[in-house]
Design a protein around this ligand. Structure first.
Ligand SMILES: Cc1cc2nc3c(=O)[nH]c(=O)nc-3n(C[C@H](O)[C@H](O)[C@H](O)COP(=O)(O)OP(=O)(O)OC[C@H]3O[C@@H](n4cnc5c(N)ncnc54)[C@H](O)[C@@H]3O)c2cc1C
Length: 268
């Protein structure tokens, strides 16, 4: 069966297609197997929707869903140099892939090796949807309840513009490997006090883990009083066995990198 490819350029046209044709939505196409394209009657490519810009509105940073990883790095480096997403996305995959992989497709697909999802979950981002369900929803809710959002397309990702220092690590043997896990840590300083701390590990048995307990225990503590080793000891992460190492191995390695990341953030 040959598929019909459509390239809508406005919201009404796109929503009409979503409601009528139950199409396969195409972002960068790097996560869609060829067989799935062949078996779909209608493929809707989002490339003409004009969702390929990043901008700030005074409160949030809005990232268009069809921005490639490369474009996001380029635009965010201009708006917020040193942003944790710049560090994460500039290391993902290879250059040709970074030129194709889109933000919307990466949130919708959420592979275990995602370099995007850790920073977005740590920052408390939301998705802006159009289609059957429209409006803004916290990204944690979106990825944990995918069935509720069938028939909707991600138009943008809304990232709170927080004054936080970020640290990002991907566990790989060589740079272009799929990471065994990724870790994102964020810290906000208020004088000599740790006003806010967030952490997320992606690649665990439950797919991702947000370090809520550790965040609560660190808030309001003086920087000099944080016992980094003791905090790292509290970190309990369950990983599945992977080709690149056992679950137990990843649990130990993750602890080491958490400790290094936290120490690095506290020294800034
Ligand atoms: C060899 C290889 C290495 C990779 N390495 C990494 C890596 O190190 N780090 C990393 O982060 N990623 C990596 N990736 C990318 C990752 O595995 C996925 O392929 C990618 O995240 C999918 O994004 P896409 O834009 O290509 O989505 P697509 O392939 O276009 O779509 C993926 C899914 O999302 C849906 N979709 C697409 N856009 C939207 C939208 N706007 N709203 C709702 N649904 C949508 C599609 O219908 C489909 O179900 C790698 C990919 C490859 C092939």
């Amino acid at each position: 069966m040959s598929s019909k490819w459509l390239f809508p350029s406005d919201i009404d046209e796109l929503v009409g297609l979503l409601e009528r044709d139950n199409p396969l939505v195409h972002g960068g196409g790097t996560g869609i197997p060829r067989g799935r394209v062949r078996s779909s009657k209608v493929v809707v490519d989002l490339g003409r929707m004009g969702w390929d810009r990043c901008y700030e509105d005074g409160k949030d940073i809005l990232l268009g869903a069809t921005c490639s990883f490369s474009r996001t790095v380029e635009e965010l480096s201009r708006i917020r140099p040193g942003h944790v997403l710049v560090s994460a996305l500039s290391q993902a995959a290879s250059t040709p892939l970074r030129n194709r992989i889109t933000l919307g497709g990466s949130v919708a697909f959420f592979p275990l090796w995602s370099d995007l999802m850790g920073p977005l979950l740590a920052l408390g981002a939301s998705v802006d949807l159009v289609g059957t369900v429209s409006g803004r929803y916290p990204i944690e809710h979106f990825v944990s309840n995918r069935g509720l959002f069938r028939g909707s397309v991600i138009r943008a990702i809304v990232v709170p513009d927080l004054p936080m220092d970020g640290w990002y690590y991907r566990e790989v043997r060589v740079g272009f490997d799929y990471p065994g896990f990724t870790m994102t840590l964020l810290a906000q300083r208020d004088g000599d006090v740790l006003a806010d701390f967030r952490g997320v590990c992606v690649g665990t048995k439950e797919r991702f883990k947000i370090f809520n307990d550790i965040s609560e225990s660190l808030k309001g503590i003086r920087y000099g009083d944080v016992d980094v080793n003791a905090v790292a000891e509290k970190l309990k992460l369950d990983f599945p066995d992977k080709k690149s190492g056992s679950g137990e191995y990843f649990g130990q390695v993750a602890k080491v990198w958490f400790e290094r990341g936290l120490a690095g953030l506290l020294e800034r």
